[in-house]
Structures are given as structure tokens and as C-alpha cells.
Design a protein around this ligand. Structure first.
Ligand code: FES
Length: 319
């Protein structure tokens, strides 16, 4: 793991909603944190060895702290459960510098923010930024119940009342996304973050929008496309060293590089964080990440080597 990290301390923890903890992190030496922009996330390197990505939700103009929120996942593999059950104020841990795969189009004529559950976190940060800039936005927040909706008061305090949808008040029906997209004027930019079914509904509703106007952030990897080919073996040419490696069908590019003794930045290994993004110099990538837009995929300039592979039998990377 060569990702750049630094030490932070848990400065405050707060119950933000049912099963959602807000965690404030500061440097132990009191110095400023690295700057960030709305939509950015950081990695927490947990003492139990796990690494988890969380979006920053505080005002991006703040310099002394990062605030993230962690939803207790019933199917937790140890990340959210550890934070809810073990993490304490005063504890030190290593965190990454912020990375932004979900940047805000600050000059949009209208920004429509659509959040589901804990997906509210990057969008709260965006709303704070838009409010500070005096830019127009609307905020739609869905949660299973009122008790599980975090940061509603914070969003309302920014001056634009949030449109809330609580599933349990609608017989369990989820927020209808298509009417929100249809009602927005041309030129609006949409940002959606939430559970997989919400993102799928959003992507279907936004399919007719021009490229670059619909933005999503996945916390977990997208399900592979039904027609995705089975992974195959290919040659990996490393431009910097001139070496060629064989990537077998059962290994990723990242695994192949690390096993061969090469250095590579990585974090999630799931195609959602962007840390392993690598330049393509020749060949065509078979993109399997949850970050790049269709346009970025077609441009074939970079790829996430933790999950993406090769169309054809050879790929040359800037490694
Ligand atoms: S390590 Fe996170 S996208 Fe590859």
C-alpha cells in the first residue's frame, strides 16, 4: 500500500440519525488538514486493518477538520461495525488525503442533489458550497424513515428546504426519481448518491440527458453488466521499465503488478475510489470500475487497474 496517509485523531463523534455516526477528525498537532473540494472522500485506515472510503460532509472552506458519517451496515464486513462499536474520541488513525471523483459543477444553472440514506454525505458538502456561492440548487433526500434521515436540519439551515421522502410513509415505496429529472430545466446538473437501486433508477431516468450532466457516486461496486465477457488473460507492457507481464484470467492488473514487485497506489480494490487510476498508452481497456463516465471510458486514456482489464491481448500502461 503506497497511498499517502497522515495521522488524524477522532475529535468528536455524534449520533446523526438512527445507525449513523458523524465522526470529526483533526490533526493531533492542530495544523490544517489538506484542502478539499465538495464531493471528495478520504480513506480511513482502521486499526483492525480494514480500509474504508467516506465522503467529507463538512464545509470545504473549513481547514482544521474533516467530518464523515458512517452508517452501520447490517452486512458489515468489519468497517462500519468497528467504527460504531470500537472507535472512541481521542483515538488516532491514519487517513488519506482527500480525492474527488465526484466534483461539483459550480457554475451550473441549477444543481439537483438526490440522496438516499448515508449517500447524503457528499451532497451535504455540495449544498454547503452552493449556498456559500449563492448558486441555485434543490435537494431531494430519501430515507427508510424519518429517524434514519441524517443532516436534514443542516440542509434546511442553508436556506433551501430539503424535499424529504420517507419510505415508511409511502407504504415502503422508494423515492420516484424520474419525475425529479423530468421536472428540472435543461442545463441542470444532477448528482445522485445512495444505495444501488436508487443509483440504477437515477441512471435510467437520466439516460436521455447530455453526456456530463448526470453524476453518480457509488459506495460499492456496480454489479457487472449481464453481457460482460468472462475475464481473459493478456500481456501487460510496462512502459517505464519496458517489462512485459502476463496477467492471468484469475488475477487483476494490480495483483499482477504487486506480485511482480512493482509499486502501485491502491485503496478500495473495488473500482470505486479512483486511487489506482493509471494512464493507458496503447491497447484498449475493458472498463469494469464504477467511476468513469461513458465518455471517459470511450476516451480510453486512463483505467482503474484494480478491476479493469483489456480488450484484446495486450495493454501498455504508464507504469
Ligand atoms: S483501488 Fe480503488 S478504484 Fe482501484
Amino acid at each position: 500500500m503506497t497511498e499517502q496517509t497522515f495521522e488524524a485523531r477522532v475529535h468528536r463523534m455524534e449520533w446523526a440519525a438512527e445507525d449513523i455516526l458523524a465522526v470529526e477528525l483533526r490533526r493531533p498537532d492542530g495544523e490544517d488538514m489538506p484542502a478539499f473540494t465538495a464531493g471528495a472522500h478520504i480513506d480511513l485506515h482502521l486499526p483492525n486493518g480494514l480500509l474504508r472510503n467516506y465522503s467529507l460532509l463538512n464545509d470545504s472552506a473549513e481547514t482544521r477538520r474533516y467530518v464523515v458519517a458512517v452508517g452501520l451496515d447490517a452486512a458489515s464486513r468489519g468497517g462500519s461495525r468497528h467504527i460504531h462499536n470500537e472507535m472512541r474520541v481521542g483515538q488516532r488513525l491514519r487517513i488519506s488525503e482527500p480525492r474527488n471523483n465526484f466534483p461539483l459543477e459550480e457554475s451550473a444553472s441549477l444543481v439537483v442533489l438526490i440522496a438516499g440514506g448515508i449517500g447524503v454525505t457528499p451532497l451535504v458538502c455540495m449544498a454547503r458550497r452552493l449556498a456559500a456561492l449563492g448558486r441555485p440548487y434543490e435537494f431531494h433526500l430519501a430515507a427508510r424513515s424519518k429517524a434514519r434521515a441524517a443532516f436534514v436540519d443542516d440542509i434546511n439551515a442553508l436556506g433551501h428546504p430539503v424535499h424529504v421522502h420517507f419510505d415508511d410513509e409511502h407504504g415502503g415505496a422508494p423515492l420516484a426519481i424520474a419525475p425529479i429529472v423530468a421536472a428540472a430545466p435543461a442545463g441542470a446538473h444532477f448528482y445522485c448518491c445512495g444505495p444501488g437501486p436508487m443509483l440504477a433508477a437515477f441512471e435510467a431516468a437520466a439516460a436521455g440527458l447530455p453526456e456530463g450532466f448526470a453524476h453518480v457516486e457509488y459506495f460499492q461496486a456496480k454489479a457487472p453488466a449481464a453481457d460482460a465477457p468472462a475475464p481473459g488473460a493478456f500481456k501487460l507492457i510496462l512502459a517505464k521499465s519496458g517489462e512485459t507481464l502476463d496477467v492471468p484470467a484469475n488475477k487483476t492488473i494490480l495483483e499482477t503488478l504487486l506480485e511482480a514487485g512493482f509499486d502501485a497506489d491502491y485503496s478500495c480494490q473495488d473500482g470505486v475510489c479512483g486511487t489506482c487510476e493509471t494512464r493507458i498508452l496503447a491497447g484498449v481497456a475493458d472498463h469494469r470500475d464504477s467511476i468513469l463516465s461513458n465518455g471517459e471510458r470511450a476516451a480510453n486514456k486512463t483505467m482503474m487497474i484494480c478491476v479493469s482489464r483489456c480488450v484484446g491481448d495486450s495493454l501498455t500502461l504508464d507504469v
